[in-house]
Design a protein around this ligand. Structure first.
Ligand code: ATP
Ligand code: MG
Ligand code: MG
Ligand code: MG
Length: 563
């Protein structure tokens, strides 16, 4: 592709309402443009990225035995009435009538359509299992369409649905889809976590979300710092909190955390028995007091696991080993260091007033600082975290859970017979009995992934595409197109790379060099090959978009260097 002929309208202007890098750079880089609230066009480069994501998804799903179909986008209301979702779904479901007064919806998800497709066509257990998917438009009339492609109203989703004769077989497929999703997101070059999730409106018994880790994510997830475990705090919120593992012998903490702490011996005794509960009570109080003071608790006589539990109990974000000197350097000057098996309460100096809670533990020489700065947690969030720790979500390994933000890019559900039973979609089982299909459902936000990739890979100059999904891999920049030596070499390198099957663009526009470099950085091709001033010494310059490092190479070696 020659940029002189390409339709890539880059601009300096960011959309007025844009706050996130992906929104700003995808519009400025000429990948997408907004048509209406939550509705976007994909321009040639945007379409290339989208297609690459789509084909990676397709390859991996096909390898896992799934079959691609394409269902109608416009769905008859009757199907939604059959499933019982027509009334329940709310305003995200766009309903309308055709000229004959027939009622339709724009499909926000396709359980109903897929069940209707399979119903009557798959009639025996011999035809099972079956996993059908599509990569197609969806429409949800989102209350707050925002962040560009991250939360559109019209968007592209891969949605898959599997049909089984038993729960066990559906669970086997669910595990296979989890593995397949991990392969997909790994190939896309993204840092992600699979997290326990809430089943929400779709229903079913178990579900996992795939979260691209990014500060701008709308979801908060709790991730174990040691094991694989992670969960969406949303899921935790809806679960009933499980009572603490062991009931404290002392139900009334009052005497122990009121200021003054006169009964050190009592505290010490109690603490030896129940460090976890003690710390939890004190920490909670410290947090909800909103006092300007910062409280340090020296955990004595506890083992590391108990400290970790304590950290979990207050949703601490970090556990670090520090020395006494380091404590002092950080401005944490304890009034006194508690003697062995005692603890104390200390007001810190000005510097650390932002922190809401701080727990410290360890032996005489080393201290464990837990949750050094909790000020960025809002209280509502904090309440959830406390719940997470008390409930099902302390990971078994007992390590500290960290909070992080994520963008939901995939979601898999064990659906069961919720739709097949309601819509009377049955098959004959091995005993000749009619049974509703046991189903799983699996979604990926394909257009959201375009933006999620940029949320995770950008700098202040623009996009930095992971290689697998970059619109093109290399951009040859001819610095001055009027210089015949430069433009000839540009053409030659362009042809050679094309012959080698490299996805390359030639920036042969008559623009200034500065503008071309700016576009290279904004669009974010992984590499640029600059044919410019260095050519006088027989050299070209190779630029790595990620590091912005420049390497002078003899023009004859440029191609090899790139490969
Ligand atoms: P969210 O929590 O972000 O609203 P969801 O849980 O409602 O998403 P699902 O019903 O699980 O979404 O749909 C499957 C996938 O479709 C999601 O994991 C997400 O990647 C994508 N998706 C959902 N809503 C949107 C949207 N408005 N714009 C772009 N992608 C979306
Ligand atoms: Mg939603
Ligand atoms: Mg969700
Ligand atoms: Mg979801």
């Amino acid at each position: 592709m020659r940029l002189s002929k390409a339709f890539v309208p880059t601009t300096k202007e960011a959309p007025k309402d844009a706050v996130l890098p992906s929104h700003i750079y995808l519009v400025r880089g000429g990948f997408i443009n907004q048509v209406a609230s939550g509705i976007y066009n994909f321009l040639p480069f945007g379409k290339r990225v989208l297609d690459k994501i789509r084909s990676i998804i397709k390859e991996e799903l096909d390898k896992a035995g799934c079959q691609e179909v394409q269902l109608g986008f416009v769905t008859p209301c009757e199907l939604w009435e059959e499933s019982g979702r027509f009334a329940k779904y709310g305003k995200e479901l766009l309903r309308f009538k055709d000229r004959k007064e027939n009622c339709f919806v724009l499909g926000p998800t396709h359980e109903e359509m897929m069940v209707a497709l399979v119903r009557g066509r798959v009639t025996s257990y011999k035809q099972l299992p079956l996993n059908l998917y599509q990569i197609n438009l969806k429409f949800r009339d989102e209350a707050r369409p925002r962040f560009g492609l991250l939360r559109g109203r019209e968007f592209i989703m891969k949605d898959g649905y599997s049909f089984h004769e038993s729960i066990e077989d559906m669970q086997r497929e669910y595990a296979l889809m989890e593995e397949t999703y991990k392969k997909i997101f790994t190939r896309l070059g993204l840092t992600f976590r699979a997290v326990e999730a809430d089943v929400g409106a779709i229903g079913g018994s178990a579900s996992k979300e795939f979260m691209v880790i990014a500060n701008s994510g709308e979801d908060t997830i709790a991730v174990c710092s040691a094991c694989e475990y992670a969960a969406n705090v949303e899921a935790a919120k809806r679960k009933k909190p499980v009572p603490p593992v062991e009931a404290p012998e002392f139900s009334n903490f009052e005497p122990f955390y009121t200021p003054g702490l006169t009964s050190i011996e009592e505290l010490s005794d109690f603490f030896k028995v129940h460090p976890y509960y003690f710390v939890k009570a004190v920490a909670k109080k410290a947090i909800y007091d909103e006092s300007e003071e910062i409280v340090i608790f020296f955990l004595r006589g506890s083992d590391e696991l108990q400290e970790i539990k304590a950290a979990n109990a207050i949703g601490a974000n970090e556990l670090v080993d520090v020395s006494e000197e380091e404590l002092q350097e950080a401005g944490i000057v304890p009034g006194f260091i508690a003697p062995y098996e005692q603890q104390c309460r200390i007001v810190l100096d000005e510097d650390l007033k932002g922190a809401k809670g701080l727990i410290c533990g360890g032996n005489r020489k080393d201290y464990h600082l837990i949750g050094a700065d909790l000020s960025h947690f809002d209280e509502a969030l904090f309440a959830d975290i406390v719940q997470v720790k008390e409930g099902d979500l302390c990971p078994e390994c007992g390590a500290v859970m960290k909070l992080t933000k994520g963008i939901e890019v995939g979601h898999i559900f064990q659906l069961g017979t919720r739709y097949s039973a309601a819509m009377n979609a049955t098959f004959l089982d091995r005993d000749g009995k009619a049974k509703p299909f046991v189903m799983g459902t699996y979604g990926i936000g394909v257009s959201r992934l375009v933006a999620a990739a940029i949320e995770q890979n950008h700098d202040e100059r623009g996009c930095i595409w992971p290689k697998e999904i970059a619109p093109y891999e290399v951009c040859i920049i001819v610095s001055n197109i009027k210089d015949s030596e430069q433009s000839e070499l540009g053409e030659e390198l362009y042809q050679k790379l094309l012959d080698k099957g490299v996805e390359v663009v030639l920036d042969d526009r008559a623009d200034r060099f500065g503008a071309k470099i700016k576009d290279f950085e904004l669009i974010g091709y992984p590499y640029a090959l600059i044919v410019g001033k260095a050519l006088k010494e027989g050299k070209v310059q190779l630029v790595d978009r990620k590091t912005l490092q420049k390497l002078d190479v003899p023009k004859e070696e440029a191609i090899e260097e790139l490969m």
